[in-house]
Design a protein. Structure first.
Length: 250
């Protein structure tokens, strides 16, 4: 079931005939246009859900133009394949389904253009780049992410090795902090690509990185994402299997 968020009730004891129940306020419960388990739709390739106390965040990987962060709402349509981010697409994968026209079309709370180097680095793109800058690969897929407890900040990554913290302000969601994983290694001559996230029981965030953008066995490391922790210049760090280091957002 592609591009949808499902919600079921497992608090009611299961029976042989019914392993779970459907919550009474699921949006399609009294409509004949989709499965009753569906809670929201119109996503393209959501990369997990991030839970704060009262909000659920979704990082949704774009097709070719936009990477986006959404807030989950009951019965909302996030637009794919009619929209990519807040932009109307110029094409459709096949014909729109009945659900495409159902529910309010929701724009993301935050979005950026796929591979936008200026956004990823936070710097104006120069014509002539240094050797160090050339090592940085443009990102291509959003890898989400976890909000803080009250849902005012959200930390996510781009597969190109970039980590971001966005925060809610009076005029919307804005980047507060960013980091590039490979910058913490003095002797690493290859970029690192973000593969996945994790969170421990104390709420600490970890990001799994690799020297390969695609699948395969190579050097991996867990990066302990602690905001404001300083990795001192000159520290000799060699990434390897099981290696965990701390990074600093700038």
């Amino acid at each position: 079931m592609y591009g949808k968020v499902l919600r079921i009730d497992v608090s009611v004891p299961a029976t042989k005939e019914r392993p779970y129940f459907i919550p009474d306020d699921n949006p399609l419960l009294e409509r004949d246009i989709g499965l009753y388990e569906i809670y929201a739709w119109g996503l393209r390739n959501p990369w997990g859900l991030g839970f704060s106390e009262d909000q659920i965040f979704i990082s949704d990987a774009g097709h070719e133009k936009v990477e986006e962060v959404n807030l989950l709402k009951n019965g909302c349509n996030y637009g794919w394949n009619m929209k990519e981010g807040s932009d109307i697409t110029s094409w459709l994968h096949g014909k729109p389904t009945n659900l495409n026209s159902v529910g309010p079309l929701m724009d993301p709370i935050f979005e950026y253009k796929t591979g936008d180097e200026e956004f990823l680095t936070g710097k104006r793109v120069k014509q002539g780049k240094s050797e160090n800058e050339k090592k940085k690969k443009s990102g291509s897929v959003i890898i989400g992410g976890y909000p803080n407890k009250d849902g005012t900040n959200y930390t996510f990554a781009d597969i190109g090795g970039y980590i971001f913290e966005i925060g809610k302000s009076d005029d919307g969601w804005r980047v507060k902090k960013r980091a590039y994983i490979s910058d913490v290694f003095q002797k690493l001559d290859k970029p690192l690509f973000v593969k996945s996230w994790g969170q421990d029981a104390k709420g600490n965030l970890y990001v799994l990185a690799s020297e390969s953008m695609g699948p395969g066995v190579d050097v991996h490391l867990g990066v302990d994402v602690h905001l404001g922790v300083d990795v001192h210049p000159g520290v000799d760090v060699h990434p390897g299997p099981g290696k965990v280091i701390q990074i600093e957002f700038t």
